[in-house]
Design a protein around this ligand. Structure first.
Ligand SMILES: Cc1cc2nc3c(=O)[nH]c(=O)nc-3n(C[C@H](O)[C@H](O)[C@H](O)COP(=O)(O)OP(=O)(O)OC[C@H]3O[C@@H](n4cnc5c(N)ncnc54)[C@H](O)[C@@H]3O)c2cc1C
Length: 312
């Protein structure tokens, strides 16, 4: 019997992958329903492929595909980022929550909480705030970034937007948000709702152990979040790898496969780390690898544009 804790992106996907193969699986989340609040951006091709494996047509959840990603005033052509209705997708994957008596394996899919694996030494989580607001702005992705964090405006349907910011230095969040508002014309307005969140910003290699006793981690619990704070597609990728390892009784390969197949996440987080330490030489060395991956997945950009963007 496998017990999954956490019915977010990684946990729900893993549950359906394993149960469709006939494994006995239980899933439990501390919430009574899926979280609605944030993280509605993802890479279309990756999500489409992963979800097709559990019979989900991801197109049914796509809200829109913005034409441009505008970062610090630089207009980049969007390659494959879409906004999807995460709440509806997670609701459709939600099953009856239950706790098994004596599970053989416990999966820690609790995201940033990492509630079942041992705590990470020198963990680094980025505090973030987000609101839902109505604005009359062309529906692109707008970003204002700096060394320690960034602010974003992501379009939803019917003129609604997710407006948010995260920064290692919590006190800087409001300033970053004001800069984003001023730069792209998102005037301060009464939000329909607001929330606080956290994103783990560490290379996966620094989130070990991935396995401790009979507990195995997946998704953000083991640091599968890109350098841009993008955790949906990496959570799905890590759950796919874990499902393979469980189905083939090859858990001993799990750590190696995560570090190899999500090496791009490791590189991006090492880049963030280097920038935070003012280690610009290391950051510069990592940049071509990051651009090679991201110009295929997310936005079309050149080395010159990216160097201008991050001031290197
Ligand atoms: C403000 C904000 C904006 C973001 N925007 C984006 C975005 O646009 N695109 C993107 O790709 N990523 C984004 N992210 C990151 C993304 O949300 C996460 O990386 C991703 O959801 C991780 O998936 P997961 O399944 O590992 O964890 P989660 O999706 O966080 O799921 C964890 C689940 O575990 C449950 N849980 C927690 N503790 C326990 C416990 N003790 N017992 C049982 N259940 C528990 C939680 O209720 C939750 O349902 C954003 C994050 C934040 C904070």
């Amino acid at each position: 019997m496998i017990q999954i804790y956490g019915a977010g992106i990684a946990g729900t996907y893993l549950y359906h992958l394993l149960s469709s193969e006939g494994l006995k699986v239980a899933i439990y989340d501390r919430r009574s329903e899926p979280d609605c609040r944030c993280a509605w951006g993802t890479v279309y091709g990756e999500a489409k492929n992963f979800y097709s494996e559990i019979g989900i047509n991801f197109d049914d959840y796509v809200i829109l595909k913005p034409e441009f990603v505008v970062a610090n005033g630089i207009w980049l052509k969007n390659r494959d980022i879409v906004i999807f209705d995460k709440k509806r997708l997670l609701s459709d994957l939600w099953v009856e929550m239950s706790k098994a008596e004596k599970p053989d394996i416990v999966v820690d899919a609790t995201g940033v909480a990492r509630a079942y694996l041992p705590k990470i030494e020198s963990d680094r989580v980025l505090p973030a705030v987000q609101t839902v607001e109505k604005h009359d702005v062309e529906p692109n992705l707008y970003i204002q970034m700096e060394r320690t964090g960034y602010a974003w405006a992501f379009p939803l349907a019917d003129g609604w937007w997710h407006i948010g910011a995260g920064n290692i230095e919590k006190g800087e969040i409001e300033r970053l948000l004001s800069e984003l508002r001023a730069k792209y014309g998102f005037s301060s307005t009464k939000p329909a709702c607001n929330c606080f969140g956290k994103v783990r910003m560490l290379p996966p290699s620094r989130c070990r152990p991935f396995i401790s006793g009979n507990v195995v981690g997946v998704g953000e619990a083991i640091g599968c979040v890109s350098g841009a704070g993008e955790g949906n597609a990496p959570a799905l990728a890590s759950a796919r790898i874990l499902a393979d390892c469980l189905l083939n009784s090859e858990l001993e390969n799990y750590e190696h496969r995560i570090l190899k197949e999500l090496e791009w996440v490791e590189n991006e987080q090492k880049f963030v780390d280097a920038m935070l330490q003012n280690n610009y030489l290391t950051a510069l060395k990592l940049l071509p690898k990051i651009i090679a991956v991201e110009s295929r997945r997310t936005v079309q950009h050149s080395l010159t544009e990216i160097r201008k963007l991050i001031g290197l």
